[in-house]
Structure formats: structure tokens, C-alpha cells
Design a protein around this ligand. Structure first.
Ligand code: ATR
Length: 276
């Protein structure tokens, strides 16, 4: 006897290329969870209506992606600490008529760096490039790893200043422009959207040492321009595919109470990406 599967969705616009349904289907098969997970294209002016419709249909939870993470934050009845810090929500849970908002992007990034890449953040000098939504979304979980120092560098320095001030209570955070960065960092994370345009922030190669680890929150078939630059100057580099899988795993854990094994799912996605 098969019970009706619980429904989950990912909401975005555009949404056709989202890999989340594939990832969650793999997690469900692996852990024996009875659920279905679908893509939902919400009209640009219809996010809230779409969520309310899904709740009425009995959907249990939704991931939220571009451009609705701020609207999801505003819509949630209650928010986790990390969602409040991120100012954005990527995971909604619908229970007893209430909407809870969480953000798993930061813990996804941290787990990919610490567990999968084997790079310790505690006690290290960390540089975060960018000061937009992507960076704000990951700041609290990174600071909770207790880096010795976290520098936020951005093209528009004022935005980095604001973020550093906002997170000052959570650790040693400072802000900077790109031009004054001339010392090596242990870990350099690119959270700018420059890679999308095949562009690179104007970085001095001196920020990379031979033991540096460079991480691009973007991913693609080939290494990003940031990764190639970092590698050319002696750093080890990794893209954000693992972050995608890890943030999904954390959403899955929130909804189902089980943490899936991400390694085989990551390996399959990587192989598919390479074959595209
Ligand atoms: P996201 O949600 O992806 O973070 P965003 O909030 O628009 O998007 O932020 C984009 C980030 O990438 C910003 O930090 C932006 O710098 P500015 O604040 O100075 O605009 C950064 N960015 C985008 N293109 C860039 C480029 N070519 N070089 C350097 N930084 C870039």
C-alpha cells in the first residue's frame, strides 16, 4: 500500500533549468522518503499568490530561488536566526497554516568547504568578494566557524562597510575595496556575480598564496574565470556545485529530519554537467 507522497516545490522565475528536482528526487530515493518535488514558475508579480495556492493544495515546503528570496523573507510568519541574518529565505516550510522561513545557502557553502573540500575555516584569514545578496546570505554561517579574520571586499565599498558593521557582533569582520588588498588570504570566496558575465573583479594576485583555497559560489561546465585566475597564481580552486547540493541537503533535513548522503549526488551532477 503506497501512501500519497508529500509534495515539495522550488519556486522561481525562470525555473526551467533548476537542478533541485533532480537533487531532491535522488535524496528521497536514497533515504526512502515518500515525496515528490516539482518546479513552479511564479509570475514576477505573483509570488505570494503562488505560495498561497501551493499551501491550499497541501504542499509541505518550497525552496525559493531568484528573484523571490526577499519576498519569501517578507512572507514568512517566522524566521530562523540565519534567515534573519541573511535577510533572505530559500527554504519555506508550511505547517498548520503557518509559514516558516529558513536560509540554507550559508550552511551549504560552509559544509562544502569544510566537509567536502576539507578546508578548515576556524582560525583562518578569509576574504569574501562582493557585498550583495549572495554574500549577505552566507556571512553568519561563515562567522560561526570562527575565522581569525573576515574581510568583505566590494567594488562599491560602502556596501561592504554596511555589511561589516551589521555583522560586527558576530566576529572579527572588516571591509575593504579591491585595490588595497595586497596580502595573501587562506580562503578567498567569490560571491560577486562577475563570473556570470565571464568577468573578474580587479584583484591583485598577491591575495593568493601557495596554500590558498579559492571558492567561486558560481559553477559551470568549465572552471570560472575567477577559478582560473586563482589557479594561475598558485591557489587550489573549487566551484559552487557542491554548495548547491549541500544547501539542498539542509533543506531536505529541515523538511524530513534526515540528512542525505550528498557525495554520490554531487558526483552524478558533475558528470552530467561535464557531458552537457
Ligand atoms: P547577488 O544576489 O548575486 O549577490 P547582487 O545583490 O546584485 O546579486 O550583488 C552583486 C555583487 O556582485 C555586488 O557585490 C556587485 O558589486 P557592486 O555592489 O559594486 O555592484 C558585484 N559585482 C557584479 N559584477 C561585478 C564585476 N564585474 N566586478 C566586480 N564586482 C561585481
Amino acid at each position: 500500500m503506497n501512501a500519497t507522497p508529500d509534495r515539495y516545490t522550488v519556486i522561481g522565475n525562470p525555473i526551467a533549468h533548476s537542478k533541485s528536482p533532480e537533487i531532491h528526487a535522488r535524496f528521497a530515493a536514497q533515504t526512502g522518503q515518500n515525496l515528490v518535488y516539482e518546479r513552479i514558475l511564479a509570475p514576477l508579480d505573483g509570488f505570494e499568490r503562488t505560495v498561497q495556492d501551493l499551501i491550499r493544495e497541501g504542499v509541505r515546503g518550497s525552496n525559493v530561488t531568484v528573484p523571490f528570496k526577499l519576498e519569501a523573507y517578507a512572507l514568512a510568519d517566522s524566521l530562523t536566526e540565519r534567515a534573519k541574518a541573511a535577510g533572505a529565505v530559500n527554504t519555506l516550510s508550511f505547517e498548520n497554516g503557518a509559514i516558516t522561513g529558513d536560509n540554507t545557502d550559508g550552511i551549504g557553502l560552509v559544509n562544502d568547504i569544510v566537509r567536502n573540500a576539507g578546508v578548515v575555516l576556524a582560525g583562518r584569514k578569509v576574504l569574501l568578494l562582493g557585498a550583495g545578496g549572495a554574500v549577505r546570505g552566507v556571512l553568519l554561517p561563515i562567522l560561526e566557524q570562527h575565522p581569525a579574520e573576515l574581510v568583505i571586499a566590494n567594488r562599491t565599498v560602502e556596501k561592504a562597510d554596511e555589511l561589516a558593521a551589521q555583522f560586527a557582533g558576530h566576529g572579527s569582520v572588516s571591509s575593504s575595496g579591491f585595490a588595497s588588498l595586497k596580502q595573501p588570504f587562506d580562503i578567498i570566496i567569490n560571491g560577486t556575480s562577475a563570473s556570470l558575465a565571464d568577468d573578474l573583479p580587479p584583484l591583485d594576485p598577491a591575495i593568493f598564496g601557495n596554500a590558498s583555497f579559492a571558492y567561486d559560489m558560481m559553477y559551470g561546465k568549465a572552471p570560472t574565470v575567477f577559478m582560473r585566475f586563482a589557479q594561475k597564481h598558485g591557489a587550489r580552486a573549487r566551484d559552487g556545485l557542491g554548495m548547491l547540493v549541500e544547501q539542498a541537503a539542509e533543506s531536505f533535513r529541515i523538511w524530513r529530519g534526515v540528512l542525505p548522503d550528498t557525495a554520490p549526488v554531487y558526483a552524478d551532477l558533475r558528470a552530467k554537467l561535464q557531458a552537457e
